[in-house]
Write a protein that binds this ligand. Structure first.
Ligand code: HEM
Length: 408
């Protein structure tokens, strides 16, 4: 059977689920021509591939060699810089880089940040509560996690507005957006700017440390003979900044959308705010902020009746796995009391998301404060502008308004 899943078709961007459901039912391992790679849509296959070392995370290398062949040095340089991200590396290189970061993101360390996250949320929400209309993404869901991650890294929160355009441009490359024709040039420029930004931060902080800031911890670990080159240190800071807010922004935006669409679930949450953490898990499952994980086959791999050839790209469709009826009852229903809820939205295995606990806590704290605010609020338009980013799933903006109070 020839499948017709085109991830860049507007109707698929708006709602990819019916098409993914058909694929999962009929051809769970399928070749996708628009992406020139394999799509895995069944939960068990998506999970197993993340444990299988024959699926390599080193997916930037083929891109780099292709760019070298096209003689576009700035794109080749972008590939070389991205190659330093631990997200794109296999063991043994991956292991020590990850080890240097995990202490900052343990549940204990993150829970200790709750009061600071609460302050950041209040600072951003206070001016919004007086407005009749605001953009949930631009006014809150972007700056909130960006300010938190700036705090964790130890860079000034006054730099947060700059991060938005740099990250947006970088996201068009990482997520393979098609709507931006010059995405490679913009992505490359953004990555070079971020590299210069963190290089000068490292230089400046080599003389003057900030206690408890991740940038400084990494500099100290390197000076103490740690296994990280200066390029890798800068790359890790960029990765943490980028991964640390683009995804969480979508989580908060998607949660708002889903609660406003499913008013009965919003009412449940307002009646029992203790449901906030299971609400967050259900949003992650139902409309997962990082929709796809990409791998490269290191050798010929057979799954079911299909053979994935060495060198082929493989797209692990988390958004499809999370709605697999073999693992979730009524997967199409948005149910904030769902239990168990073993979604794969943070990945699985050695690349499991380092920031999972941070994202959960940020969303929980955000909704503790947002709940009173969004009770009587509604989207300005029913037409949603979903980002065509294939990896990061969220809307570009979400204008909300308070209905006009009828004159007495
Ligand atoms: C809703 C929010 C988030 C989602 C859905 C998400 C999702 C993911 C997924 C699916 C992966 C695995 C990628 C792969 O295997 O190729 C991952 C890895 C990663 N995430 Fe997140 N993430 C989120 C928030 C965060 C935050 C707040 C941080 C900040 C520290 C972060 C940092 C990372 C890093 C550094 C990795 C790479 C880990 C490794 O390669 O070992 N993420 N994330």
């Amino acid at each position: 059977m020839k499948n017709t899943f085109d991830p860049f078709a507007p109707e698929i961007i708006a709602n990819p689920y019916p098409a993914l459901e058909r694929l999962r039912a009929v051809e769970p391992v399928s070749w996708n021509e628009p992406l020139r790679g394999w799509l895995l849509t069944a939960y068990d296959d998506v999970k197993a591939a993340q444990k299988d070392r024959r699926f390599s995370a080193e997916r930037v290398k083929p891109f780099t060699s292709h760019m070298a062949a096209t003689e576009r040095p700035e794109l080749e340089r972008m590939g070389t810089l991205l190659n330093q991200w631990l997200l794109f590396r296999d063991p043994p290189a991956h292991t020590p880089l990850r080890r240097l970061l995990i202490d900052t993101f343990t549940p204990r360390a993150i829970n200790a940040l709750r009061p600071r996250i609460g302050e950041i949320v209040t600072e951003l929400l206070s001016p919004l509560s007086a407005r009749d209309q605001f953009d949930m993404i631009g006014d809150f869901a972007f700056p909130m996690p960006a300010t938190v991650i700036a705090h964790i890294l130890g860079v000034p929160s006054s730099d947060v507005p700059k991060f938005r355009s740099w990250s947006n441009d970088l996201a068009t490359v990482i997520g393979n957006s098609r709507q931006v024709p010059d995405r490679f040039e913009r992505g490359a420029r953004a990555l070079f700017t971020l590299t210069d930004y963190f290089r000068s931060t490292v230089l400046q902080r080599s003389n003057e440390r900030k206690k408890g800031a991740l940038v400084d911890d990494l500099i100290s670990a390197r000076e103490a003979g740690g296994p990280m080159s200066e390029e890798e240190l800068v790359a890790s800071c960029i990765l943490i900044l980028f991964a640390g807010h683009e995804t969480t922004m979508n989580l908060i935006g998607n949660a708002t959308l889903l609660l406003l669409k499913h008013r009965n679930q919003l009412a449940l949450l307002r009646d029992d705010p203790n449901l906030v953490s299971s609400m967050v898990e259900e949003v992650l499952r139902y409309e997962c902020a990082a929709f796809v994980i990409v791998r490269i086959a290191d050798e010929d791999i057979e799954i079911g009746e299909k053979t994935i050839a060495k060198g082929d790209r493989v797209f692990l469709m988390l958004g499809a796995a999370n709605r697999d009826p073999m693992h979730f009852d009524n997967p199409e229903s948005f149910d904030i009391r769902r239990n168990p809820n073993r979604h794969l939205s943070f990945g699985y295995g050695i690349h499991f998301c380092i920031g999972a606990q941070l994202a959960r806590v940020e969303a929980e704290v955000a909704f503790e404060y947002l709940l009173p605010l969004i009770g009587d609020i509604e989207p300005v338009s029913e037409d949603l502008d979903w980002d065509d980013n294939f990896v990061l799933r969220g809307v570009k903006s979400l204008l909300l308004r308070r209905p006009a109070v009828a004159a007495a």
